[in-house]
Ligand binder design. Sequence first.
Ligand code: PXP
Length: 238
Amino acid sequence: MTRLSVNINKIATLRNARGGNMPNLIQFAIDCQNFGADGITVHPRPDERHVTASDALDLSLVVAQEYNIEGYPDERYFKILEKAKPAQATLVPDGPHILTSSEGWDIQKNFDFLKECLSKIHALGIRSSLFVAPELKQIEQAAKLGAHCIELYTGPYAYGYSQDRIAAVQPYALVSKFAVECGLGINAGHDLSLENLRFFKQNVQQLKEVSIGHALISDALYYGIENTIHLYKRCLID
Ligand code: PXP
């Protein structure tokens, strides 16, 4: 089974546009779970332009399914992890003002730093995941670091899908096989959608989790969030 973790950053963006509490982020997370989401993902960025540190803590009280907190591993991020105690921490290499994660870690270059981060995460009893491009050298290094999972950056797959979906998925299929052999769990995220998700799942061995925000929340404007979650889950089952 592949878990569908709904990234609810965009709900906070909408709320923040007006101040106040509409839509209610916490209720939205509860409803997503009731509608079948297997998890909730947030990325409490330092500029707090969508999910805030305080939201991340409030959510920890209501996320009964898997809670995944993404972020760059700085002091603020670790404070959030210590208090929120999510099931999973996904480390991304983003600088503070980046619009959205657009590349994975160069693990070799950041090896000592990441080693220290992972040991803190593991000491908190939290599962670790590293956001990486589908490159064998990153998988090899992630395994060497003792990470529990990798999250494959699927932006290039989504971009290539409309031109040649077989070529687009090939690097992911290849590294996932190797990652499984290395004992790493495989997650994936970025630009996954109703159009490209099913084919990705069919080609990537033992995909444990996808975290999806932008397309899923956009689809919910037309189909409603309950139907949308069902449609995405169907792509992971068929
Ligand atoms: N994974 C990571 C590491 C991300 O930064 C994001 C965007 O917040 C996602 C997955 C979800 O991407 P999208 O919003 O395109 O579905």
